[in-house]
Design a protein around this ligand. Structure first.
Ligand SMILES: [Zn+2]
Ligand SMILES: [Zn+2]
Length: 251
């Protein structure tokens, strides 16, 4: 457990340093990070704690109660090499998250779990961790259940998946001016995800967390080159202080 914490912290610090350098080298937009640092620090700590708690709670329950028939049916998948299982877990979890995200932008009750994330008006590497309690909870279910339930991964492999998720979270929110050409037809890029944070009525476009192919397959794709860089971000209205606790909870 201690080595897991050490490696997670190392990955996080390395990503923070790289992102900070990229943002200082070629920022996409002017951002005042210090204005939001307390909110973002709290949201981040909360998200990490929740992920690890669900993992710790779920793994022993699954190990104790999974029927033998299910275990036998899944043994082929579970026998795959580690790198294949990690790749599979990332793709399947991303597909599930696309549909969860889409639901959040479709129904009022689900939107309330997600509105806090869209309150971000200045995107930078740390801002993506601003998620409500219910948002973190719901997103953690596929991120933990798929590696543990479906693929029978151990703590180390699950931790790698978690680290990959962290890289993606940094990557899609980083305030870095970069054009990776046609890569955004397959992968989400910072420009690509910024379009999703634009002020519109519950932006229904560019919903994919990692692979933009979901947006292309299911009709929610927008070419980021067609959206002006300085398009305002956020929910388009000031957030009253008294609404913050409710938005943090996601209700
Ligand atoms: Zn969204
Ligand atoms: Zn985002």
């Amino acid at each position: 457990m201690e080595s897991w914490i050490t490696s997670s912290v190392t990955v996080f610090v390395a990503l923070a340093l790289v992102s900070e350098l990229l943002e200082r080298w070629r920022p996409a937009r002017r951002v005042n990070r210090l204005r939001h640092i307390v909110t973002d620090l709290g949201s981040f700590g909360f998200a990490v704690l929740l992920n690890r708690s669900i993992d710790a709670l779920l793994a022993p329950v699954v190990a104790a109660h999974a029927p033998d028939s299910v275990a036998a049916a899944l043994s082929g998948l579970r026998g795959l090499p580690t790198w294949a299982k990690i790749g599979l877990a990332v793709v399947i979890a991303d597909f599930c998250l696309y549909w969860i995200h889409r639901a959040q932008h479709t129904w009022d009750w689900a939107w309330r779990t997600h509105a806090w994330h869209h309150s971000i008006e200045e995107l930078y590497w740390f801002s993506g961790f601003r998620t409500s309690f219910l948002h973190s909870l719901v997103y953690n279910i596929p991120q933990v259940a798929i590696p543990v339930l479906l693929l029978g991964m151990g703590t180390f492999e699950t931790a790698i998946c978690f680290a990959i998720g962290m890289v993606i979270q940094f990557w899609e929110h980083v305030n870095w001016r970069v054009d990776l050409g046609k890569l955004d037809r397959v992968m989400v890029t910072p420009d690509y995800h910024r379009v999703h944070h634009s002020v519109t009525d519950r932006p229904q476009k560019n919903l994919a967390p990692t692979f933009s192919i979901w947006d292309r397959m299911f009709g929610t794709w927008v070419d980021p080159r067609t959206v002006p860089l300085e398009t305002p971000l956020g929910i388009g209205e000031p957030i009253p202080k008294k609404a913050v606790p409710r938005m943090l909870a996601g209700v």
